[in-house]
Design a protein around this ligand. Structure first.
Ligand code: AMP
Ligand code: MG
Length: 492
């Protein structure tokens, strides 16, 4: 096991040509203090949590000192923001500190978000505020706990430094993001749109070796890589849809090549199922509304496909791109089958899911509470009453719920498993706890007053979201009324 000073850095991205990045040091944050450190993520880096000295860690992750072996850089990328190509993007407030190779030969990027200005900061101050940093820190662990692919976060550091957001001064912070991949669709778009085709190939080769080595000997490695990106993206968005997650800023520069949820901003888990839910106040047209996500990810994949045209002929790319809708539909069905406790497959499942979503929409159901409740469903009156409470807030089931439960009862008869096996499998995929915006808001409020207890508690709770936790039962109830008026913007 390593200490912070002896992490095994090997910075492969730095070996790429200089036009791939700008080498730049972090701008130290003023008067930093450690808020949270994730011992589980530390293990990924072979970092012994017991060997971590908090004051030193605070220096490293506030940019005051450089980790031995780190060689910070800001990556250059571009991308489509809200459908419009922006050639000016790149890491404007985050730096890749370097890559740590662990004893299992896994290569992890350490990215310090909020590290100060770079050549790509444009009009920005290079900072991340405490509010958005807490949200990223919490959601990374919450998504991981749910089994939804995501970047992770090792540490959260606060500071006395202030930055202006939405007309107010707010404290700054940093998050140390850990993932194997910081390559965005926008990395490819940069080299394509600036006609640097040799470097486009270099980037693709880098990604093949690092992320898709199984395709190196394929007949067409680039095409095989693209197919995997399409598959993983479809699987990822299916999980978002199945758990009511709204990413809210699905620009192509926020799309990870390896299909992880990436670059958290004004995201939400929906407290009430509303397909048109827009989680970003700045998204006036609802481009990134909940129900739009599958189609938007397809759109983003087409932007990536276009960027790959110098490497893959059009006739080969198009069928792979066109395979996305079916892949998505299948993946979505797979997710819902799991949530419904169905081990077998039946051609009626699509309709069963569709009718359930119609029911959710009609009554603005809290889908995550509904699925948890359904996990103990045994057809009894008590079970039906509990589900009724969650749909139309009375013990008398609505006609739609009755109709759906009839379908579900019939479907369960086709299953070979008994109630208890089904309950067991459902309790493993239907969380008791999800990170609702109001929970994050409470943690932010307390942290602003200097109390970080709730951040720590939420991390413990959300890393095992399927487990009962008697101390936090209030989070299993309906959210408070003010939860509906939380206002999220790009700066969140
Ligand atoms: P995001 O909305 O975080 O995905 O960021 C979009 C682009 O704006 C990226 O190129 C970021 O690096 C850049 N950016 C966002 N916030 C800031 C900031 N405060 N200072 C500099 N650049 C920023
Ligand atoms: Mg981004």
């Amino acid at each position: 096991m390593a200490s912070l000073e002896s992490l095994n850095f090997d910075n492969s991205y730095l070996r790429l040509p200089e036009n791939f990045y700008q080498q730049v040091k972090p701008t130290p944050l003023r008067d930093p203090f450690l808020i949270a450190f994730n011992a589980e993520v530390a293990q990924l880096l072979d970092l012994d949590p017991c060997e971590v000295n908090p004051p030193l860690l605070t220096k490293f992750f506030s940019g005051q000192e450089l980790l031995p072996g780190s060689a910070p850089l800001a990556m250059k990328y571009t991308g489509h923001q809200f459908g419009v190509y922006n050639p000016e993007l790149g890491d404007g407030r985050g730096l890749l500190l370097g890559e740590v190779v662990n004893s299992q030969n896994q290569r992890w990027d350490l990215h310090l978000k909020g590290a100060g200005k770079t050549a790509f900061s444009r009009f920005g101050d290079g900072r991340a505020v405490l509010r958005s940093s807490i949200r990223e820190y919490l959601i990374s662990e919450a998504m991981y706990g749910l089994g939804i692919p995501t970047t992770r976060a090792l540490a959260l550091v606060g500071s006395e430094e202030l930055a202006m957001r939405d007309g107010m001064m707010e404290p700054c912070a940093t998050v140390l993001r850990v993932t194997q991949c910081h390559i965005r669709f926008g990395h490819f778009e940069y080299f394509y749109h600036t006609r640097q085709h040799e470097d486009l190939k270099r980037l693709a080769d880098y990604c093949l070796v690092r992320y898709f080595p199984e395709h190196l000997n394929s007949e067409n490695p680039y095409l095989a890589m693209f197919r995997t990106v399409v598959e993983r993206s479809a699987t990822l968005v299916a999980k978002w849809q199945a758990y009511g997650f709204v990413h809210a800023v699905l620009n192509t520069d926020n799309m990870s090549l390896i299909g992880e949820t990436f670059d958290y901003g004004p995201y939400s888990f929906m407290d009430e199922y509303k397909p048109g839910m827009i989680s970003n106040h700045n998204d006036h047209q609802g481009r990134y509304a909940f129900s739009q996500q599958p189609a938007i990810v397809h759109w983003n994949l087409s932007a990536l496909a276009q960027a790959l045209l110098p490497l893959i002929d059009r006739d080969s790319l198009i069928p792979v791109l066109d395979s996305y809708p079916d892949l998505y539909t299948q993946a979505e069905l797979t997710e819902f089958r799991k949530r419904l406790g169905l081990q077998s497959q039946s051609k009626e499942d699509k309709d069963l899911v569709q009718q359930l979503l119609t029911l959710f929409t009609k009554h603005s159901v809290d889908m995550n509470r509904f699925f948890r409740c359904l996990s103990s469903y045994d057809g009894s009156d008590v079970a039906i009453e509990a589900l009724s409470e969650l749909t139309n807030k009375t013990t008398e089931p609505s006609p739609e719920l009755r109709k759906w439960l009839d379908l579900y009862d019939k479907r369960l008869i086709q299953e070979e498993s008994d109630n208890s096996t089904r309950h067991h499998s459902m309790l493993e995929v239907n969380p008791r706890f999800v990170l609702r915006n109001y929970m994050a808001e409470e943690a932010i409020k307390e942290a602003t007053e200097g109390d970080f207890t709730l951040i720590h508690n939420l991390i413990t709770l959300l890393s095992s979201p399927m487990q009962e936790n008697p101390d936090f039962m209030h989070y299993t109830e309906a959210p408070p009324s003010w939860a509906g008026s939380i206002f999220l913007t790009c700066s969140s």
